[in-house]
Structure formats: structure tokens, C-alpha cells
Design a protein around this ligand. Structure first.
Ligand code: AMP
Length: 135
């Protein structure tokens, strides 16, 4: 395994939950934040990280998540606006070295990049996968 990292994941949906389980079993220290306690049902029994209930747009929640000590933050909710807000705060206020946001609208990726935020667009990735079907 590469060196153990401190990772904050925002959103314990299908994507965030899967990432949290995988990163935890790979030996990373994970804090996962969701505003709904029931979302944590997606975490496996082996998950060794911390669960934090709250709205990640609120500064004190990211502080409680220990964002200032994080190597990396993944903003994985289904809202581009939420992900952008959280990612900006992580970058500017908590100086998280690596911030990656899920962004559905590929036309907004440039805005994120201007803030030093990396993006992953499920829309683009799906389009590429569909194109590949045709060979
Ligand atoms: P999904 O729609 O399955 O990808 O799940 C997205 C997850 O993000 C849900 O569990 C939401 O409760 C969570 N979520 C959305 N907005 C916020 C927020 N501002 N703070 C924390 N969790 C959130």
C-alpha cells in the first residue's frame, strides 16, 4: 500500500460510500460526512474511519472533520453547487493540498479549475464509455 493518508469524503451516497469502504480497507484514515445518518448504512462492517453527521457547507463541520489535517478531500454529493462550495472552503480556508470534486455539468469544470480544484465528471466519463462501445 502507498503511504496512509488522511482523507475527508463529503457525501456518503453510492459514490462516497464506495470510496470510503475502499480507502478504509486500503489502510487510509477516512472521515466521512453526510447530513443524513441513514446514509452511513452503506459503510461496510470493516469500515474503520469516522462518521460525521452534518451539512458540509457549514465551516464548523469541515473543522470537526479535521479538514486542516487532511491530505485530500473528495466532494462527492450529487449537487455541483454543494461540491464546489465545499471544495473551495477546503482549499482556501483549510489549505487541503488535494481537493477533488464530482461535477455533473462539464461546462462548469473550468470554474473549478480556476480555484485549483480537480474535477471528475461522471457525465464525461459515461459519454466516453458509450462511445467506446462502438469501437
Ligand atoms: P447520492 O445521491 O446517492 O450520490 O448521495 C449523495 C449523498 O450526499 C447523500 O447521502 C446526501 O445526504 C449527501 N449530501 C448532500 N448534500 C450534503 C451536504 N451539504 N453535506 C453533507 N452531505 C450531503
Amino acid at each position: 500500500m502507498s503511504q496512509s493518508k488522511q482523507i475527508v469524503i463529503v457525501g456518503c451516497g453510492r459514490l462516497g460510500g464506495m470510496l470510503a469502504n475502499r480507502l478504509s480497507s486500503a489502510g487510509h484514515r477516512v472521515v466521512i460526512v453526510d447530513q443524513r445518518e441513514s446514509a452511513f448504512d452503506k459503510l461496510s462492517l470493516d469500515f474503520t474511519g469516522f462518521r460525521l453527521i452534518g451539512d458540509a457547507v457549514e465551516l464548523h463541520i469541515l473543522r470537526e472533520a479535521n479538514a486542516e489535517d487532511a491530505d485530500c478531500l473528495f466532494a462527492t454529493t450529487t449537487s455541483d453547487n454543494t461540491n464546489l462550495m465545499v471544495a473551495q472552503v477546503a482549499k482556501k480556508v483549510f489549505n487541503v493540498p488535494r481537493v477533488v470534486a464530482r461535477v455533473f455539468d462539464p461546462t462548469r469544470e473550468e470554474i473549478y479549475r480556476d480555484f485549483g480544484i480537480d474535477t471528475i465528471s461522471p457525465t464525461k466519463l459515461s459519454a466516453e464509455a458509450f462511445f467506446r462501445v462502438l469501437g
